[in-house]
Design a protein around this ligand. Sequence first.
Ligand SMILES: [Zn+2]
Length: 280
Amino acid sequence: MIDAHTHIGRVKSWSRRLRGTVETGLRDLLEYVEGEKLEKVVLLPVARSYPDIGEDIVKTDSVLEAYSLHPDKIIPFCAFNPEDGGLREKIREAVRSGCRGFGEHKVEIRINAEQNINLFRICGEYGLPVLIHIDSRFNPDFEGFKDVVSRVEETFFIVHGPGWWAQISSEQTGEVYPNGRISEPGEAVRILKEYRNVYADISAFSGLNAISRDREFGRRFLSEMSGKLIYGTDFPCINPEGSQFGPDRSHISLLESYNLEEEVLNKITRENILKILKHD
Ligand SMILES: [Zn+2]
């Protein structure tokens, strides 16, 4: 299995049961890889730190350093803020150093702003899939993402976050993590079906909630969309119960609880991510 969504650095716990900040380094990530017998992890930098939400995830340089030490375990991505300029040169340099994708893209710019569209096109030119987080603050918002997918066809997207996963249902409650039965599939499902270049990762609480809130729907969704879904945890983030995504196995346990066909499970936990990563 490959965990396609991991970080190292500092994250705040939003759990009511665990207050404080978690600080993880490369050694912690490797212990997780070894403990869970993972083949590899995708290690994602974030271009900026956000002290107001207690988030300080390492940047591209540190990801590349980790990769140079453990090239057999780490698949490196790069992340730059389009507002900082020099994007093309930075991406070219990162690709030369081994980066296989772009993200986690988490900036405070509208997702369909020209700066972002330009970034996504450059990533397409270099064959880099772009992993995007969507919520009300970072890369807002889902309506804009619909514009992005209609305009950028040459780039693979891996999308996740509350702003994306709330759209698994056609019913919109306005909650960040909506619950309850899904009577009609939402726009996220339509996009996965319609656009060959759009994939989604099930990491963090948003992904976990979306595929577990209605188990009957969840099982069917995983099977039908198995060619477009990617396993990830968002290690070292903390779940609402106070345990840590990744080591607590909540995503993988949920997948296992559905007794999916082996082919479906293989696609989600390994094959899909390998298919869209930049190859040499
Ligand atoms: Zn993340």
